[in-house]
Design a protein around this ligand. Structure first.
Ligand code: ZN
Length: 413
């Protein structure tokens, strides 16, 4: 099928589907290819990966999955096409491409979110692209619909697609991904920091010079969205207890890997071995989810190695570490000494962690599609030039940072 001749009508389902959702109410699925992708094994796996890793250890209702978020991003893309002017600038094939890119954008996430990437040096964006191109089921669903669709969807995600509007919709400073996760994470954590006016932002979207820009009258709605994200980072995503949970996860995986290399672990680690050996196929990657990891943590909580079993028990029973502000290397070294005296190996029991968040990235180059641009008069100008709030944020000498040090509660200080 020639892409230019493609019509969305040709993909319309006889019986359209709706998915009930806490954020978007009804999410409409009108096209056969989208429904097939939702029902694929790689998409269903995302139900077994939490959207927020260990954040439910603090905000206990934050149990939502990457699957619900992925459907939510698809829903926001669909709303952009229907409720903003963007739909007037795209042909049917581009609309389908960007809806699918929204749905599949997180396909490459491993268990425990970014913590897993840190442990095994796997970048989820690269895996998303690989799964779209190499997973047989996903690849066939896309290619059976339109030849070349898998390549075009992947090029939106790796930001090489020639139409910048599609890239901006999925991955920019004001995109469907961030808009869904702020609303969703805010709702499921039971906090209100992430709330902003999505309908208003859709209404002020415009297209100029082949890119998405915004009406001047929408500046306050955009400021509100940027502050919502900033506050979510400090109140939710970077909560010190969550970071502690993730550090214990890192210690567990490090201990498993160290024991395996020393041939001191002889239980079945089938699903983890490719990661320990740094030889991961797409199928290995898709086989691993949080359910499998928890099976291992349960099993290893009885392992004869006391470090490994203790760390697993701490994770399963939420016996996390205490923390304090990191001040100096001397402070850390003192804590490590005390930790050793108490019988804990500091390599697995003492860790520092730094976090920083930049609310708005100002690139300064005119025509950079990563900038949020505003129509003022007949000119395009970057957001910080018309927003005193965003302008003040980027002029601040230092970005807010937070450094913590974690250690077991029982050491004598
Ligand atoms: Zn996402």
């Amino acid at each position: 099928m020639k892409k230019v001749k493609f019509t969305l009508k040709s993909q319309e389902l006889k019986e359209k589907k709706v998915f009930r959702d806490a954020i978007h109410n009804y999410i409409h699925v009108d096209h056969d290819v989208v429904l097939k992708l939702i029902n694929s094994a790689a998409m269903q796996r995302l139900k077994r990966i939490k959207q927020l890793g260990g954040i439910h250890q603090v905000f206990q209702s934050a149990e939502h999955s990457r699957f619900t978020h992925s459907l939510g991003v698809y829903a926001v893309v669909r709303r952009m096409l229907e409720e903003s002017v963007i739909g007037d600038y795209l042909n049917d094939y581009e609309k389908l491409t960007v809806m699918i890119a929204g749905l599949l954008h997180d396909l490459g996430h491993g268990p425990f979110s970014h913590c897993f990437e840190n442990i095994f040096q796997q970048k989820h964006e690269a895996y998303t692209v690989r799964i779209i191109k190499e997973d047989q089921e996903i690849h066939h669903i896309l290619e059976d619909c339109v030849k070349g669709l898998s390549h075009d969807v992947a090029s939106v995600i790796d930001k090489t697609h020639p139409n910048h509007i599609l890239i901006q919709m999925i991955s920019s400073q004001l995109d469907a991904d961030r808009m869904d996760y702020l609303l969703r994470d805010s709702y499921f954590t039971g906090t209100t920091y992430g709330q902003f006016d999505l309908s208003r932002i859709l209404r002020v979207m415009q297209v100029r010079q082949g890119k998405i820009v915004y009406k001047y009258s929408g500046v306050q709605a955009i400021e509100n969205y940027i502050l919502a994200r900033y506050h979510m980072y400090w109140q939710v995503y970077y909560h010190p207890t969550t970071r502690c949970y993730e550090q214990i996860l890192i210690s567990i995986f490090r201990r498993i890997s160290d024991l395996y290399k020393q041939k001191k672990i002889n239980c079945d680690l089938e699903y983890l071995l490719p990661f320990i050996n740094h030889d991961v196929s797409i199928q290995d990657y898709l086989n691993l989810d949080e359910y499998i990891c928890f099976y291992y943590f349960r099993k290893l909580s009885q392992h004869p190695d006391t470090i490994l079993s203790d760390l697993c028990q701490r994770l399963l029973n939420r016996k996390l570490f205490v923390y304090e502000d990191y001040k100096s290397a001397k402070q850390k070294s003192l804590i490590e000494t005390q930790c050793l005296k108490a019988g804990y190996d500091p390599r697995y029991y003492v860790f520092g962690d730094d976090q920083m968040q930049i609310p708005y990235l100002h690139y300064g180059n005119k025509d950079d599609i990563r900038e949020i641009e505003i129509i003022k008069g007949h000119q395009l100008t970057s957001l910080p030039d018309v927003s005193e709030i965003v302008g003040a944020i980027i002029k601040a000498k230092e970005n807010k940072t937070d450094s913590k040090i974690y250690y077991p509660e029982t050491i004598d200080k």
